[in-house]
Every structure is written in C-alpha cells, then in structure tokens.
Design a protein around this ligand. Structure first.
Ligand code: F6P
Length: 258
C-alpha cells in the first residue's frame, strides 16, 4: 500500500511546492497548481474546472453576482458546482466574442445557474459591431442591466487564451490579424488581446466587463492550462490585479518560474 501511495504523495508535495514558489514571486490572492498538462490530458482540464468550482464555492455568498467569460475551460466548471448558496446570479462578462455556441458565456451562465439552482441573464450583443450600433444597444434596458451588473458583480471567472489561437478560433478579419501581429499580441482574456508586457493590443468591440473593473472585485478566478498558453498566462500576470486567484496546470507553473 505504501508503495502505491508514496509516489502520489510526492507529486502532491511537488505541486504544492510549485504553488508556494509562485506565491513568493507573484503577489496574487491565491495560486493553485494542478498536476500535468491540460492539453495532453483532458482530466487535467477537468481538474482545473473542479478546483475553480471549489474555490468559487468557498468565496460565494447568498445573492452573489458572478461575471462569467466563455471558452471550453469555463464550460466545464458547472459540472462540479452544487447548490450551496441561495439566489446566485450568473451574468456574461462580455457580449459575443465570435465563439461557437457551447463556448459562449451566454450558454455557460445557463449551465452554472442550473447547477447551483440560481439565476442567469443573457447578453444579446454581437461582437465587433459599429460604434453607433454599440451606443444604441447600450441604451436597451436588457443590455444596460448587464452592464450595470458587471460593474457591481463580486466575482469574475474567466479563461485565458493564446492570442493567435483565439483570433483563429474567432475567424477574425485580416486587418485584426495584422494589428495583433504588429502589436506582438501573445494572450487574450474576455476580448482583450495583450502583448508580453501585459499592454493592450486590441479589444473586441463589445459590451460588458472592462479591465478597469477587475480591481474592485472580491476575487477574479483566472483559469488556464496547457503548454500553448504559457506565454499568454505569463503576460496576463503583468496586468492581473492582486485580487486574482490563479488556477493553472504544472506546465504553465513551470514556465512562470523559469
Ligand atoms: O472567448 C472566450 C474566452 O474566455 C477567451 O477570452 C479565452 O481566451 C478563451 O475563451 C479560453 O478558452 P479555452 O478555455 O477554450 O481555452
């Protein structure tokens, strides 16, 4: 029995050690590291989602409002959430970003509300609309409600992606691709593309949460795993406020310490 348990304990130990070293280097609210590479092993991605669900449950309180981003990692979180706090409200952090339906925050807020027996709202705002349409949309009561809720939400949960991977996934136009290339974008989070210094390169024209809103939240759960995202996460940490809870895999953790 001991022989079976021992290697496992060693791995847990090294995982905790990684998180400990990261905490010495980055001053964030918390850092949690999952063993392995989420791109190699789907269970690692599930584990990231499970830990996100657990951490979120610990912080939630009755009536809490949670801003939620899209993506395949976020889409897994509801699988691990249970009803525990009353009257939770999940809202899309931003409008459409060009993702397929299952990965849109409008879908994910529905799954999260169902899992927690809470509520959700949808945000009907397409991505990259003209400035004039954007202004008239903002005046719509259903839309302005979401803008206001995003301003006062207590929590944000979001994924982080590689800039060009996300741009391709969203089929962005040639001009945007060029802008990202010229600006040397490396990462992306809820519609904001940034370079290795965490400087904004491009922002999808849509409605909802702004980077400036992050600092006043009780906690931001930033979740990412996989070798291809390591530069993106490193860059994101240049702009992440101190109230961020970072949930990453071992591959990214190693890179952040390199
Ligand atoms: O498009 C929504 C989004 O949250 C992006 O901001 C982020 O880069 C991406 O999804 C993460 O997606 P995934 O979890 O599938 O890698």
């Amino acid at each position: 029995v001991l022989r079976e348990v021992e290697p496992f304990l060693t791995l847990i130990e090294s995982r905790n050690d990684l998180a400990g070293q990261l905490k010495d280097r980055y001053s964030l609210k918390d850092i949690i590291v999952v063993r392995g590479d989420a791109e190699e092993n789907p269970f690692v991605k599930e584990e990231l989602a499970k830990l996100t669900a657990e951490q979120l449950t610990e912080q939630l309180f009755p009536g809490a409002v949670v801003s939620v981003a899209g993506g395949s990692t976020m889409a897994l979180v509801s699988k691990f959430l249970r009803p525990k706090h009353e009257d939770l409200l999940f809202i899309p952090a931003r409008g459409g970003l060009g993702e397929e339906v299952a990965y849109q925050s409008n879908s994910i807020v529905g799954y999260l509300a169902e899992a927690t027996e809470g509520q959700h709202r949808m945000l009907y705002a397409p991505d990259s609309i003209s400035e004039a349409s954007l202004q008239s949309l903002k005046a719509e009561p259903m839309v302005s409600e979401i803008i206001e809720l995003n301003e006062r939400s207590s929590f944000v949960i979001h994924g982080i992606g590689d800039a060009f991977e996300m741009a391709r996934r969203r089929n962005v136009d040639e001009a945007t691709m060029q802008k990202l290339a010229e600006g040397q974008a490396v990462g992306e989070a809820f519609g904001f593309y940034f370079d290795a210094d965490g400087e904004l390169v491009h922002k999808v024209t849509t409605i909802g949460l702004q980077l400036e809103d992050l600092g006043k939240k009780e906690a931001i759960f930033a979740v990412a795993g996989g070798e291809s995202k390591k530069e993106a996460v490193k860059a994101y940490l240049k702009l992440a406020p101190e109230n961020t809870i970072l949930i990453i895999d071992e591959v990214i953790a190693g890179h952040l310490l390199a």
